[in-house]
Design a binder for this molecule. Structure first.
Ligand code: GRF
Length: 195
């Protein structure tokens, strides 16, 4: 069984979608959710889903050892960042090389980097007059939003679309694709066949 920990900072709708996708899965489980915000709605979702969730401070994320101890105690193999806003520490990168996956709500390398998260991304896409946006699922490395890209899929942005409209389209792509891409990565499947 491959065991995934989810990291989330906010609402956690992706986290919930991923938990539901893998519930009852024969090879993959999601036994742990970790956040940097005690009042994030993801904890309520975790409670409802019956999955333990914990909060660590920014200092603990920066230092790393308390989180690594917890991940080890849950026998975690992969980390999936699902709307997680802090930078991942070097110690965590060293402990899980090539095993930390993030989702970004735009088509990297455009609209990525420090400060580009949540609604700001969609606002920037609309302001730039982009004709399309989408999602990027990628490995995490030392730099924000710069690890190797695993999968991208696009959606149309219409001239009259507001940032909220774009957010809705991007969320729909996240829900449809993120769990199955995680599954393919964990199983070592050929992602070039993914449409
Ligand atoms: C998602 O759009 C994710 O791509 C982004 O933050 C949002 C999180 O939404 N980085 P939720 O917490 O999963 O509802």
């Amino acid at each position: 069984m491959t065991r995934i920990a989810l990291f989330a900072s906010g609402s956690g709708s992706n986290a919930e979608n991923i938990v539901r996708y893998f519930s009852g899965h024969e090879d993959i489980s999601v036994p742990l959710i970790i956040s940097n915000k005690r009042d994030a709605y993801v904890h309520e979702r975790a409670d409802r889903l019956g999955i333990p969730s914990f909060t660590f401070s920014k200092a603990e994320f920066d230092e790393g050892s308390a989180i690594i101890d917890m991940l080890r105690s849950y026998d975690i193999d992969y980390i999936v960042l699902a709307g997680f806003l802090l930078k991942v520490s070097q110690s965590l990168l060293d402990t899980y090389p090539g095993r930390i996956i993030n989702i970004h709500p735009a088509l990297l390398p455009k609209f990525g980097g420090k400060g580009m998260y949540g609604g700001r991304v969609h606002q920037a896409v609309v302001e730039a007059g982009e004709k399309e946006s989408g999602i990027t699922i990628h490995y995490i490395d030392e730099n924000y939003d710069e690890g190797d890209i695993i999968f991208q899929v696009t959606c149309e942005v219409l001239p009259e679309d507001t940032p909220e409209d774009v957010a809705q389209k991007v969320h729909a792509l996240e829900y449809a694709h993120f769990p199955r891409v995680i599954e393919a990565v964990v199983k070592g499947e050929d992602l070039s066949k993914f449409g």
